[in-house]
Ligand binder design. Structure first.
Ligand SMILES: Nc1nc2c(ncn2[C@@H]2O[C@H](COP(=O)(O)OP(=O)(O)O)[C@@H](O)[C@H]2O)c(=O)[nH]1
Ligand SMILES: [Mg+2]
Length: 291
């Protein structure tokens, strides 16, 4: 299936030639933050802080309203966060179980974060990219794209659980509302919902289902913009500004800072790992100006 074809964080990185962008060495090269730290600063910013890099492309003095520094951890904090996502005998990262209804969900004391979004927005690919330091984890993808009908739970050591929700929109399972709505409304250990929006097309009608749910249940949620490698810089800038405006003017519970990512180039993945480790209470970064 399509998601299998996408090897996270490979290729097109920094516009590399094919000899660098493919092959095993390149595949592993930027997974580990120690390698990232060796990059020249411009490339490091592009990989680790994609929003900041985009911001640098605005005409000086135009003051676009992007929030860049609400969560802005140090490189040391990002490196620390990585340990939570690195599988070892003492930090087991694994697929736990699937559920079709909340009463089938594991009763967990650990904090939980979940990922929701339209079918094909890139949920499974993002989860794979987040888990690229734990390559044994089997990220469940449905045989046909957009057909994830179950809520999938992944255990990240003793620290937190990451939850992949069924996609909505095109061919969404009929009982989607039952499943997702009940989960969002009633899951006691849910710390944050990550709402994925495709950066190529921006917020679509179907995305409003999830946005309205999060707003209605007063959930704290975060907008993650996927597939940022696919657009030209100009197109991406336009979309990001539009989405930022939407968040600023139309939402209450949405975290004001956007998280652009690419599962393909690994852009934004290290920062997102750090944010997850932080909001689940594991990291205690100095990255928040306020929370
Ligand atoms: N170029 C690019 N393609 C992506 C990215 N993330 C996902 N895709 C592709 O988008 C399609 C849907 O991805 P998938 O993760 O299965 O979406 P899901 O239905 O939300 O789980 C697949 O063909 C992926 O290869 C990305 O960051 N960049
Ligand atoms: Mg999926």
């Amino acid at each position: 299936m399509a998601a299998h074809r996408l090897r996270p964080c490979v290729g097109r990185l920094f516009g590399m030639g094919p000899e660098l962008g493919s092959g095993r060495r390149a595949y592993s090269a930027f997974q580990a933050f120690t390698e990232v730290l060796r990059l020249p600063s411009k490339q490091l910013t592009k990989l680790v802080f994609p929003l900041q890099e985009l911001h640098g492309h605005f005409v000086p003095g135009s003051r676009p309203d992007l929030h860049l520094n609400i969560f802005h951890p140090s490189l040391e904090d990002i490196a620390r966060a990585e340990s939570f996502f690195t599988a070892s005998a003492r930090n087991r990262i694994e697929y736990l179980t699937s559920a079709v209804r909340l009463d089938h969900a594991p009763d967990l004391r650990r904090p939980e974060v979940c990922f929701i979004g339209r079918s094909n927005v890139g949920k499974s690919s993002l989860i794979k990219a987040l888990f690229s330091l734990a390559p044994e984890v089997e990220v469940r993808v449905s045989k046909k794209p957009g057909h994830t009908k179950k809520i999938n739970f992944y255990k990240v050591g003793k620290h937190f659980t990451l939850v992949d929700m069924p996609g909505y929109g095109y061919r969404a399972p009929e009982d989607f509302v039952d499943m997702v709505e009940t989960y969002l409304k009633e899951r006691k250990n849910l710390m944050r919902t990550f709402l994925l929006v495709d950066s190529v097309v921006g917020i679509q009608k179907a995305d409003n289902i999830a946005i309205e749910m999060c707003e209605e249940f007063a959930l704290p949620y975060v907008m993650v913009l996927t597939k940022i490698d696919k657009s030209s810089k100009g197109h991406l800038l336009k979309q990001v500004l539009q989405i930022q405006k939407f968040v600023d003017t139309k939402t209450q519970g949405c975290f004001p800072q956007l998280f652009p990512v690419s599962a393909m180039t690994c852009s934004g993945i290290h920062l997102l790992r750090c944010f997850i480790a932080d909001i689940t209470g594991n990291l205690k970064t100095t990255g928040f100006q306020f929370s």
